[in-house]
Design a protein around this ligand. Structure first.
Ligand code: GLU
Length: 419
């Protein structure tokens, strides 16, 4: 980890884009676009199954609603702060703008260790969040989704808690995405972020004239994003040589069996103890030799301390904000091809948008339709960012940020400024 906060990283990335937009928009408007609309801290007092009341801090940040209702997941982590949630809400604003969905950016945080609670208690915490944050959650205000520490089941409880509070069987319109399919969720949402990472990597390799078959891949993080990306890239013929999770790392020069690791992790909660590879220090994973590196854990992992030791040709940011600005410069100078988070991991929110439209229109979409639309959109946006990077002589991150911030500024101009 670096000393820089996630908010420092997000602000620096924004400032780089803001500089390029000077002259195109009013400076006050640019400042407005980089400032959160609303930041709230909400205390949950939840009675858990031990009969006692437990207090949890939670946060809801609406960064921008210029392009539409704020969209973004709920991060449940013991270390999550209001500033982290603000950084993530800002990134959601750029991500939604870049991937071209009519949403602004928001995010929630719950200060708790998701793994420390029995399923029944986790459910109580989620319901408590839903009840207490209800005035922020609405299809036209802020629509949450899963993020680190929360999942499909939790989104189901949120929908149920909201419907229950209204005294109805189901909500009208989409209050939350990433729900179980049986509750109005969409097939393929759970895999969508990892699938988007896979498509981005394939596009990057094609752009660089390199073959995915036999390419050596290292994945940091084996949660929903890292595990799916690893499995799908292996199916494309890549060799997944290294994987890590919160505890430990695994290495196999001949390639790891990612599906078997996923089964092992589903049973034990960790990748540790898997027999088909040798153990490796978790912190050494990023600097191992490979062609493609997928940081899919938490923020600020690639820093000035390890960036110069990273050898990968392609870095596909499955996580939000994994690279600090200084590390970014080091990698850029070395000629690494970075697929920035707001593009690389936007598959999740794109499929959330499909879920939102499906629920709004009370329709259903098949998994095949979802996959096709996701693939088309990811390829299209990758190419647009790459074209901008080429014509403006920018790296992929700066090109993506330029496009995203430009869209949000344009939305403000289109809406006008009268109260
Ligand atoms: N948490 C995911 C992200 O960071 C998905 C957000 C959403 O679908 O709203 O992109």
């Amino acid at each position: 980890m670096s000393n820089e906060s996630m908010l420092d990283t997000a602000r620096k990335n924004f400032e780089n884009a803001a500089k390029m937009l000077r002259g195109a928009f009013d400076p006050e408007l640019i400042k407005r676009v980089g400032t959160p609309k609303e930041r709230s801290e909400i205390t949950l007092s939840t009675q858990l199954s031990d009969g006692k009341i437990h207090l949890f801090k939670s946060f809801v940040v609406q960064h921008s609603d210029a392009l539409g209702p704020c969209k973004g997941g709920i991060r449940m982590l013991p270390s999550v702060t209001l500033d982290d949630v603000s950084a993530l809400a800002m990134e959601m604003t750029w991500k939604c703008a870049l991937i071209g969905v009519p949403f602004g950016g928001g995010k929630s945080g719950i200060v708790a260790d998701a793994e420390a609670y029995a399923p029944d208690d986790k459910q109580r915490i989620m319901r408590s969040y839903a009840r207490n944050a209800l005035r922020h959650i609405h299809p036209l205000v802020y629509v949450p989704a899963p993020d680190m520490g929360t999942n499909e089941k939790d989104m189901g409880y949120i929908k149920d808690a909201i419907a229950f509070s209204m005294g109805v069987a189901a909500t009208q319109g989409c209050y939350v995405t990433g729900k179980p399919v049986i509750m109005g969720g969409i097939p393929g949402r759970r895999e969508a972020t990892g699938r988007g990472v896979e498509i981005s990597v394939l596009e990057a390799m094609k752009t660089l004239g390199r073959d995915i078959k036999g390419a050596r891949v290292v994945v940091q993080g084996f949660g929903n994003v890292g595990s799916i990306a690893a499995i799908l890239l292996q199916k494309r013929g890549a060799k997944i040589v290294g994987i890590s999770d919160v505890d430990s790392g695994l290495w196999n020069d001949n390639g790891l069996d990612t599906e078997a690791i996923a089964r092992h992790a589903a049973k034990t909660g960790r990748i540790k103890g898997f027999k088909g590879g040798k153990a490796l220090d978790r912190d050494k994973i990023l600097t191992q030799p490979c062609d493609i590196l997928v940081p899919a854990a938490t923020g600020n992992q690639i820093t000035e301390k390890n960036a110069s030791k990273i050898k990968a040709a392609v870095i596909a940011e499955g996580a939000n904000g994994p690279t600090t600005p200084v590390a970014d410069e080091i990698l850029e100078k070395r000629g690494a091809f970075i697929i920035p988070d707001i593009l690389c991991n936007a598959g999740g929110v794109f499929v959330s948008y499909l879920e939102y439209t499906q629920e709004t229109q009370a329709k259903q979409m098949t998994e095949e339709e979802v996959k096709t639309r996701l693939e088309q959109r990811m390829r299209d946006r990758f190419q647009r960012v790459h074209d901008t990077a080429r014509t403006r002589k920018l790296c992929m991150r700066k090109a993506a940020m330029y496009m995203a911030v430009h869209s949000v500024c344009s939305a403000h101009v289109a809406r006008g400024f009268l109260p």
